[in-house]
Design a protein around this ligand. Sequence first.
Ligand code: SER
Length: 319
Amino acid sequence: MKNILVVGAGGQIGSELVPFLRNTYGVNNVVAADIDESKCKNLSDGPFEKLDATDGKTFAEIVKKHKIDAIYNMVALLSATGEKNPELAWKINMGALENSLNIAKENKCAVFTPSSIGAFGPTTPMDNTPQDTIMQPNTIYGVCKVSGELLSNYYYERFGVDTRSVRFPGIISNVTLPGGGTTDYAVEIYYEAIKQQKYTSNLDKGTFLDMMYMPDAIKACADLMEADPAKLKHRNSFNITAMSFDPEIIGDEIRKHIPEFKLSYDVDPVKQAIANSWPNSMDDSCAREEWGWNPKYNLAEMTIDMLEKIQEKHDKGLI
Ligand code: SER
């Protein structure tokens, strides 16, 4: 039986990853940890530990106490928030990773840490971005992600730590809101479509970015960690994507269900510059070949599910 620790359990991905893992490995075998207990109320069915992931001592104590075999390090300040406070972004993003790797090395744990489309930069080929290519990001978030990929590969090669990761695109979900990412518009647009039948996008029309629905993102984490290591030619990190669109395309898809939906633009220059430096669409064939990556949701299917779930929340007065 595996004992798993999810650090950053109250975040956008962690809050849905924990229930999935508890369902797969058993409620008591998946420990949720977060600096903010109030964000983890929906995870109270199983073990919880309050943890600042940059505090290596407490982190190590929790790993020993629960005899952890695998750490999912889901801690990160996202790209736009990172630009507001680069020192803090480096401290948190790299601090959590450094502790995860060192504690994994000491306690023989596997480590999953998400990388991102943010690991790419303006000199990266923008269309069908290859798995192995130029990575010169110009955001602190991206600098952390590339550093994290290299450090994770180093720990695998030098110390044999079983590190694995994916480069996530924008993740779209209806449970926990993302905080301060460049791709957040693609989540907000669904909430505003239900609440007000209109949305003002802070990214311009023609801004294509890779995206993915949360159920596919969660499955990617779990599938990669279960993959046969003999088949992995890459480790940190795999390109994965499910769809690529711009605000006009997602607006048109929403209009198929809410014909009166109106989309306008008020471009945020910081977010736009970040989005312009990221790929339009990634080539994820290595993930497909090496561990069977195969997303279930396209834009049309995701839109139906998002609108249905958010409508339910709205009807209950939750949003
Ligand atoms: N969703 C993230 C962001 O926009 C990218 O990984 O910052």
